[in-house]
Ligand binder design. Structure first.
Ligand code: PLP
Length: 464
């Protein structure tokens, strides 16, 4: 079977030969990437693929950056690894300082892990410990959102409301996490409902959920400022986060903001929450933090949480072998320096506005493009069967996979990130665009031209 005929999905080769690696789709072997530089990935067949998504919104400064490589080499020559129970390093201290400075001191401390899922797990445990420090042991529950994705480990997956990713593992998932509606301007508001009324309704729903669970039993509400993988780059509507924070404050619970995908400059400010008029109690970061040069993620911790732990047990009861890894920290420091020195977050705002404008100009009238939304260099395009009713395509049609496959194939040679619609048919398939922060106007035009061609040709040629 392994040598059998594979479906052409996500550019995966047909008739793949057996490999020792368990690829994401058995038996299909993905195209082999043998080079990477700037915005391009070089394949073994000689094609150059335009990486319009930086993987999953990871490659914040593009590929093959010589400065980051040199910084990592320097770090390996200096200290390649220490255990954080016993030692610290210049690289991890520097990264922590830069991260806290990037919040203008509104967050107090950082802890560095290796993946966004680990960061989400840590955020949950930290919230729980915070309430133990305050002698509120009954706080054990979390409220998260439907159509969200927070990672793949059991705690993080339990927080996520992504039904397709949860479904095999439902019996293993945590029972102390419930989900309220996501904030989705395209699909959420009722007929004639203003944004203000919509926000008020979502705040009531959250408030009701606190009451239903017993407010004194809830640790935190968890949400992404811009919903990435699950919904497809859906920014919160104005006032949403302020309203949610007010509900959390009313019940004495924490607000955990997941910026693993939308953070570190991706939406046009270093932290997406800066645009929401709130400061989270705990924030998770990842992906763009290391720009893909190293697996690196982390949490930023607010002052009141740090104060409670400092005045209490004095230690966050959560440690990992590779926490604060010096080479990962050195890579992240260099990525951050490059972002700062070249004012790349300003470029994200400028190029992001251009990207959004061009996508809307070129695709808004397409029969199957339901919504184009995003912020900074983080844009999503949602596809619908029927534009008037917003009816999604049946999930079995794998529309977003098909578009991604087409993009990866010649002559398009562009990498787009696919997101499937919800299995209950509430939301449609989407693709994401998340190019590096240093894209030029020319790059943006090429990305838009190719994306438009892929979408138009897909619906013209591949859908009966
Ligand atoms: N949180 C969000 C918002 C994400 O998009 C992801 C990954 O896509 C995660 C958490 C988990 O991160 P990782 O895949 O690095 O574990």
């Amino acid at each position: 079977m392994i040598n059998g005929i594979g479906l052409l999905q996500n550019g995966y080769a047909k008739n793949a030969t057996a490999t020792a690696i368990l690829h994401r789709r058995i038996p299909n072997e993905p195209p082999k990437c043998v080079a990477s530089s700037g915005n391009y990935l070089g394949l073994v067949d000689g094609r150059q693929i335009l990486d319009a998504t930086g993987g999953a919104a990871v490659a914040a400064i593009g590929h093959g950056n010589a400065r980051v490589k040199a910084a990592m080499m320097r770090q390996m020559d200096e200290v390649s690894y220490v255990h954080t129970s016993f030692f610290t390093t210049t690289a991890s201290e520097e990264l922590g300082r830069m991260l806290i400075d990037s919040t203008k001191g509104q967050m107090a401390r950082a802890v560095i892990y290796s993946s966004g899922s680990e960061a989400m797990e840590a955020s949950m445990k930290l919230a729980r410990q915070y309430f133990l420090e305050l002698s509120q042991p009954d706080r054990t529950k979390f409220i998260a959102r439907k159509e969200s994705y927070h990672g793949t480990t059991i705690g993080a997956l339990s927080m996520g409301g992504h039904l397709a990713r949860r479904k095999f593992f439902e019996p293993l998932l945590l029972g102390n996490i419930t989900h309220v509606s996501a904030c989705n301007e395209y699909r959420g508001p009722m007929e004639g409902e203003s944004v203000r009324e919509y926000v008020a309704r979502l705040a009531r729903e959250l408030d009701d959920e606190f009451e239903r669970l017993g407010p004194e039993t809830v640790c935190a509400f968890v949400a992404e400022p811009v919903s990435g993988a699950a919904l497809g780059c859906v920014p919160a509507v104005p006032g949403y986060f302020q309203a949610m924070k007010a509900v959390c404050d009313k019940h004495g619970a924490l607000l955990i903001v997941d910026e693993v995908m939308c953070g570190m400059g991706r939406t046009g400010t270093m932290h997406a929450w800066e645009q929401e008029g709130i400061v989270p109690d705990i924030q998770t970061i990842g992906k763009g933090l290391g720009g893909g040069y190293q697996p690196v993620a982390g949490i930023l911790i607010g002052h009141k949480v740090i104060t409670a732990i400092t005045n209490g047990t004095g230690a966050f009861a959560h440690g990992q072998t590779y926490q604060g890894h010096p080479v990962a920290c050195a890579a992240a420091v260099e990525v951050l320096r490059i972002i700062q020195e070249h004012s790349l977050v300003d470029n994200v705002r400028r190029m992001g506005a251009l990207l959004g404008r061009m996508l809307k100009q070129r695709l808004s009238t397409h029969d199957h493009v339901g919504d184009i939304r995003g912020k900074g260099l983080f844009w999503g395009i949602e596809f619908v069967l029927d534009k008037a009713t917003k009816q999604p395509f049946p999930p079995a049609m794998h529309i977003a996979n098909g578009i991604t496959d087409k993009g990866l194939a010649a002559p398009y040679n562009i990498s787009l990130y696919y997101g499937t619609g919800t299995v209950d048919g509430r939301c449609g398939d989407h693709i994401l665009l998340a190019p590096p922060y240093n894209v030029t106007e020319t790059d943006v035009k090429i990305i838009v031209n190719l994306t438009v061609r892929v979408i138009e040709d897909f619906f013209a040629d591949d859908i009966q």
